[in-house]
Design a protein around this ligand. Sequence first.
Ligand code: HEC
Length: 105
Amino acid sequence: MSGLLRFAALRLAALGTILFTASAIAEDTTLYPPGPGREVFIRICTRCHEAANATKLRLTRRQWQGKVYQQADRGAEVSGEELDQIVDYLAKNFSPDKPAAGLGK
Ligand code: HEC
């Protein structure tokens, strides 16, 4: 393979990786049900780790309250109002009566 061709092939491979990664991320956020608090949740709770840290869990409102406030202790920059919106969103959509993560996507 000539140098130029090899260069082109490498560039294509790199582009493929970027496109694949971008589409994987875009697809991921469509898993989260629409509703009040969704945007705040995605904005705040994907800063340090994947949102799936939270959305793979099924917790009661009380348990979500504990988890979400614990994240603020970990350093999440978020107002009390935003925390409450996130608790509402998670308690509504990721409660113990919902199918386990990975089933009813
Ligand atoms: C400032 C960084 C930061 C932000 C912002 C953040 N987290 Fe976390 N979170 C962590 C760290 C650090 C851990 C522990 C290590 C890990 O599991 O990745 C963690 C772990 C978790 C876990 C699993 C472990 C556990 O404690 O049960 C959940 C659930 C979670 N976070 C939910 C959330 C939610 C919901 C939000 C949005 C309110 C959020 N996180 C925002 C830093 C953050």
